[in-house]
Design a protein around this ligand. Sequence first.
Ligand SMILES: *Cc1c(COP(=O)(O)O)cnc(C)c1O
Length: 466
Amino acid sequence: MTSTNWAERSRQAVWHPCTQMKVHEHFPPRAIVAAEGPWLIDDQGKRILDAVSSWWVNLFGHNFGPIRDAITDQLGKLDHIMLAGLTHPPVVELSERLSDLTGLGHAFYASDGASATEIALKMSAHSWRNRGRAAKNQFIGLQGGYHGETAGALSVTDIPLFREAYAPLLRLSATLPSPDPRHAAPGVSAQAHTQAAIDALAAYLAEHHAHTAALILEPLVQGAAGMAMYAPEYLLAVRRLCDQYEVHWIADEIAVGFGRTGKLFAHQHAVLPEGGEGGHVKPDFICLSKGLTGGVLPLSAVLTTDDVYAAFWDERVVHGFLHSHSYTGNPLACRAALAVLDTFAERDAQGLDVLARNRVAAERFTQLTEPLTRHPRIKATRHIGMIWAWDVDTAEPTFAARYHRAALDAGLLLRPIGSTLYVMPPYVLSESDQRFLAEGALRVLDAVLADIDRLPASPAPVVPVP
Ligand SMILES: *Cc1c(COP(=O)(O)O)cnc(C)c1O
C-alpha cells in the first residue's frame, strides 16, 4: 500500500525550489491537499491562512469561481495549440485588453516571470541591433533588484545569495544604487537619497549609453530586497534619462502588477507634472506574470512599444524575434487572465471596484497591525496598497526560518525575508481573517524573539531568502 505520508514521499521524490533540501531532514515540507479562498488545508485538516499569496501570485483567493469557470469552459473548447502560425480567441482578446490597459502592445507570451525577463532583455538588445546599433547590448539593474533566476534574468538580479554560485556563468550587468531610502547614509533624507540615486543613473548613462540597451527595475517595490519601497519621483527621472540617452526602460511588474500597490500597475503611480497620455509615465517594456492569472496557471507576458516592434518588421527572417516557448499563449491560462481582468472591471453593489475595496480593506488592516507596528523590536514599517513590511531588530540568521515554522504552527503562511516580516495577502481577507493574521503575526513575533533571545549571541549576518 502506498503511504499517505506526503511530506516524506516529497522529500524522497521532489527537489523543492529555493530550498536547501537537508533542512527537510528535520522540518519536512507541509503537505497541502486543498485550498479555499485565502485558506490552505493541510493533510492533517489544519487550516493555514495564505498571507503571502502563495509566493505573491494569488489575487482573489484559491478556487475563485470566475477563474475556475473560465478555465473549465475553455477546456471544453480548446486546451492548447502552438502559437506559431496559429492563433486563438483567448490570446487575441487578452492581448487587446492588456494593450488597452497599459498603452503598450504586441504582447509576447511565456509561462514564468523569469522567461518574461529573458524576452524583454533579448527584445531590447535585438531591436537595437536591427537598428544598426549592435553595440547597445548591455543592461543595467538596481541594487537589490530581482528579476528571476534563469541565466539571463539572474544576470540582472542583485541578490548575492542567488547569484554567487553562478557568477562565472553570467554576463553580469551594471548594478546602480537603489532609491530604497533604507540605503541612505546617516543624516541623509529619503528625498536626498532618491536624488542621489537619480544622479548616479544620470552619471552612468552619460558615460555608458552607447553600449547600454536597457535599464530593468521593479517599479516602486523591490520585493526580494525585503519589500523595499521607494518614491515614484525616481521613475519620472528614469523615464526622462532613458529618453535622453536612448536606453529602454523595462518595468518588471511581475510582482507589483494587478493592483498590488493600489494602482493596476505600479508605474502608474509616477504621475507626469505635464499630464500627457494616461497622465503617468510609460515604460518601453512591461513584464507581467504572477497575478496575471490570479495565481492559478503559469503565464507571463511582455508588452512593448510600436517603435520596438517596428525594429523587427522586415523581409529578413533573422530580423524577426525568433524566441519561443512550447506553451506560449496557452488558451487555458489566457482565459484565467481574462477572468482576472473581468474581475478588476466589475463593481459591487456599493459601486466599488477591486482597487476601491482594497483601499478600505488596507486601511482596516493597517489599524489592526498597529500593535505590531508599535512593537519595541520593530525598527521600520512600510506599506503600500496590499503590501506591508516590518523590519525586525534582530541579527539572528535563523530568524526567518524560525518565524516561518512558528507561523505555520499558528495557522499562518508567512516567510520573512532576512529580518523583514512582510504580509502580501490575497485581496479577499474578511475582517476576521485580517484579525487572525494581525494578532497571529504579533504573537509569533513575540514567541520567536523570546526563543532567539535565549540563544547564545550569533555574529553571523542575516541572509535574506524570499
Ligand atoms: C517572481 C519574480 C520574477 C520571476 O518570476 P518567476 O515566475 O518566479 O520566474 C521576476 N521578477 C520579479 C519582480 C518577481 O517578483
